[in-house]
Design a protein around this ligand. Structure first.
Ligand SMILES: N[C@@H](CCC(=O)N[C@@H](CS)C(=O)NCC(=O)O)C(=O)O
Length: 338
């Protein structure tokens, strides 16, 4: 992946995340030409990817599974990037393509940028609609409301947006992206700065969450989804592979209980595939793991232990209800679960 400054995700210069190139939005009023419409779009993800996993969780919590279908890419990209090698004949059964890049090419011929997930593809034309990972989940929460299930939670309540945005910004800079900055640092100082900021922020978050069940308000919001997707990967990949090893998540009583609580909440843990996560990070980033050996640990059994966070109060779904069972065909295989 490279951006216009020539920085590469795994490259020699300092790590800089590329901006999404396709920033059209799918909205109720179709202002960018993409109306919210049941059955029209396909959400392409890798279960390994934290940015894509946000969208998978939101889709489950909001009950959009029937309205927005899901394509799961192989966690190991090849030189043509994300591919549908998990599907029969190596083709996505709905889009009929072998590589996600085909949808990018259909949108913009000779697109020179990286091919990234999450991506939402327009099924009738096969064209990429958006890969704007920062906006996709906000739009699922606020623009796709006509298609939400009964009892769907409000993940981005209007009265709390300023606070949610502020928390998400800090979490993005220091935690979501901070782990990548540490992991792909090419100099000692760059690594130490990222690592310091990451753990300082985690300590602040731990203090914040000591006496409140969720980050903002007393219900699950977009802010929790975004923190969860990094925390759930922490001990499995960021602690070792990205050298974020001042302490393990399991060593912080508050954060470990917080992330376990979310993991055990329908819509969160049932989307997580630790097998995809570990194989992707350890096998794809050969610059930092040249042997491509995937570690056996950590032991996952702790994820199902009681967390006792309900004693703090809080109403996970507010006035709503938990999502129903995971649709047939979307269940995470046993290899990826505790
Ligand atoms: N900066 C990305 C955000 C999403 C992202 O970084 N996704 C990663 C996977 S976690 C990806 O698909 N990277 C492209 C690649 O690795 O080939 C974007 O351009 O939209």
């Amino acid at each position: 992946m490279s951006d216009t400054d020539g920085n590469t995700e795994y490259g020699r210069k300092s790590f800089k995340r590329s901006k999404s190139h396709f920033t059209d939005r799918i909205t109720a009023d179709a202002r960018d030409g993409w109306p919210v419409e049941a059955g029209r779009y396909r959400l392409v993800v890798s279960r390994a990817c934290p940015w894509a996993s946000r969208a998978v969780i939101s889709r489950r919590l909001l009950g959009l599974e029937d309205a927005l279908s899901l394509a799961i890419a192989d966690p190991i990209q090849d030189d043509r990037s994300w591919r549908f090698t998990l599907d029969p004949d190596g083709r996505d059964p709905v889009l009929g393509i072998r590589f996600l890049s085909e949808a990018y090419d259909a949108r913009e011929a000779d697109y020179p940028g990286g091919v990234s997930v999450p991506a939402i593809v327009d099924v009738p034309t096969g064209r990429l609609a958006t890969n704007d990972f920062q906006q996709i989940t906000l739009d699922l929460a606020t623009e796709w409301t006509a298609l939400h299930r009964d009892g769907a939670p409000d993940l981005y309540p209007a009265r709390l947006r300023d606070e949610i945005d502020e928390v998400m910004e800090e979490v993005y800079e220091d935690v979501n992206n901070g782990v990548y900055r540490a992991g792909f640092a090419t100099g000692q100082e760059e690594y130490e700065t990222a690592c310091d900021r990451l753990f300082r922020r985690l300590e602040l978050l731990s203090a914040r969450l000591a006496d409140r069940r969720y980050l903002v308000g007393d219900t699950i919001t977009e802010a929790d989804i975004r923190l969860f997707t990094t925390l759930v990967r922490f001990d499995a990949v960021y602690h070792g592979h990205f050298k974020c090893n001042r302490w393990k998540l399991t060593e912080d009583e508050v954060l470990w209980a917080y992330v376990r609580d979310l993991y055990q909440t329908p819509g969160f843990g049932d989307t997580v595939d630790f097998d995809h996560i570990k194989r992707h990070y350890y096998q794809v980033h050969t610059g930092i793991n040249p042997t491509r050996i995937v570690p056996l640990g950590p032991d996952l059994s702790g994820w199902l232990m009681p967390h006792r966070r309900e004693e703090l109060g809080g109403r996970p779904f507010g006035d709503g209800t938990p999502p129903g069972p995971v649709p047939e065909g979307e269940r995470v295989p046993a290899a990826g679960r505790p």
